[in-house]
Design a protein around this ligand. Structure first.
Ligand SMILES: Cc1cc2nc3c(=O)[nH]c(=O)nc-3n(C[C@H](O)[C@H](O)[C@H](O)COP(=O)(O)OP(=O)(O)OC[C@H]3O[C@@H](n4cnc5c(N)ncnc54)[C@H](O)[C@@H]3O)c2cc1C
Length: 413
């Protein structure tokens, strides 16, 4: 078993780390102090994304993306996750279900989004529909040759900078006919309801939008009527793995900052790192981080490359995010749930200890650990709460047994 990263992987990781340090972290104070970035800073950062070829890391070259597999995406997102203010969201990653569009839809939405000329936001959640998307009330009804869409969506991340939405809708109000509609933000009937404030400082907003008698043609349907839940699940899987990556990156930074501070800070005549209470906190942080990271890397490797043969064989073909070289769709869903659960919960404990080790300074917004403490809380909630991840894992155990979690790639049974 060779656990070493390839030279290409290491180079990619270093490039992502440099991008974080050169482009993202210098924007942290501005983002925190002004609750977002100025138009000029955002434009400069967008330019830097394009210059570094970090636009659309999750889409195929053919659509204008970078063609990175899930393992490579994870390596990149881990480094970006070190930045506070959710600045990792500046490098746009158009939602993966857009790859299921028709040629015309790709030309209109996906490819401009990969180039950074358009931006999407994914709208599933509603006031009455969160963990259970079958409760969605947004509905589309046939009207002549087209459709009329009505509903209201909550927490639409990046909805302020997006210019189109993937709207999770029930055709005829029937959950069996869950369908994704592509809706332009400037379409008549789309209305910004309000932009609530949240606990974290996020470079963009999470507004509420109403869809009031929005008229759409058949070509607004992504995939087919009834395919909505499947497409949304693909999005969840990718996002859950990337949450795993970013929380591990964030927790690594929190540990590094805490160790540095504990070595420097002196109380009672000695460095606080030499108090066993502090040393043991650091020890737990390091050990738990190692466990979470090992799991993240293993699951992403399995998802991307688990049964692909040699690296050169893999390089023979265009790598695309859909080219899941190991785990099938169901396995990936099961793995992603465990990764998100463990990484987000572990990182939550680590940033809490990091804040404690920083003492009163840790409570100051000018300190990265304070921001990480606020920001990582949502990782146990969005893209499925920790309880929902446990439900996915529990269902997997009941249906297929523990193998996917307790076994190892290459070993059957
Ligand atoms: C900052 C932010 C950004 C977001 N961005 C987006 C976005 O871009 N697009 C989008 O569509 N949504 C987005 N969301 C919504 C997010 O995905 C939901 O908040 C999340 O799925 C939980 O749904 P809910 O808030 O309705 O909570 P609820 O579903 O009401 O859950 C409340 C509590 O009940 C628990 N619970 C619910 N069902 C069960 C069960 N079966 N078993 C055990 N416990 C259960 C939950 O775990 C939770 O603790 C965002 C949310 C936030 C906070």
């Amino acid at each position: 078993m060779d656990l070493r990263l390839t030279a290409d992987d290491v180079a990619l990781q270093e490039r992502a780390r440099a991008f974080t340090e050169d482009v993202l972290t210098p924007l942290e104070d501005e983002c925190e102090e002004h609750d977002g970035l100025t138009t000029e800073s955002h434009a400069r950062a967008k330019r830097a994304v394009l210059d570094a070829n970090f636009n659309a890391i999750n889409h195929a070259h053919a659509d204008g993306g970078q063609g990175h597999d899930l393992f490579e995406q994870m390596l990149i997102e881990e480094q970006w996750g070190r930045a506070t203010g959710a600045l990792w969201d500046i490098p746009w990653r158009p939602s993966i279900p857009l790859a299921a569009g028709t040629e015309e839809q790709k030309e209109r939405y996906l490819r401009p989004a990969c180039r950074g000329e358009r931006r999407d936001a994914y709208a599933i959640t509603e006031e009455g529909a969160g963990s259970d998307p079958t409760m969605v009330q947004t509905s589309a009804k046939r009207d002549g040759d087209g459709w009329v869409l009505n509903g209201e969506k909550w927490h639409v991340t990046s909805g302020d900078v997006a210019d189109f939405f993937l709207v999770h809708t029930h055709v005829d109000g029937d959950a069996e006919k869950a369908t994704i509609f592509l809706v332009d933000k400037d379409a008549p009937g789309v209305r910004l309801v309000r932009t609530p404030k949240y606990m974290h400082t996020f470079v963009f907003e999470h507004p509420i939008f109403a869809f009031e008698d929005v008229r759409l043609d058949d070509d607004a349907i992504l995939g087919e009527v009834g395919q909505g839940f499947e497409l949304t699940k693909d999005w969840f899987v990718e996002e859950r793995l990337m949450i795993g990556a970013r929380t591990v990156g964030a927790a690594t930074r929190a540990l590094e900052l805490s160790l540095d501070l504990a070595k420097d800070r002196r109380q009672f005549g000695q460095a606080i790192v030499d108090f066993e209470a502090v040393e043991f906190m650091l020890a737990d942080m390091a050990a738990e981080l190692m466990a979470a990271k090992s799991m993240l890397y293993r699951a992403c490797w399995q998802a991307a490359r688990g049964s692909e043969g040699s690296r050169s064989e893999r390089d023979q073909r265009e790598r695309s995010p859909q080219g899941r070289g190991g785990a099938d769709r169901k396995e990936l869903h099961a793995l992603a749930a465990a990764v998100k659960l463990v990484c987000s919960e572990t990182a939550g404990r680590i940033v809490d200890d990091a804040l404690q080790i920083h003492g009163g300074r840790g409570y100051m917004r000018e300190q990265p650990v304070e921001r990480l403490w606020r920001e990582l809380r949502v990782d146990r909630i969005w893209e499925g709460t920790s309880e929902i991840q446990r439900l996915v894992i529990g269902n997997e155990l009941k249906k297929r047994g523990p193998g996917i979690y307790t076994g190892w790639p290459g070993v059957s049974g």
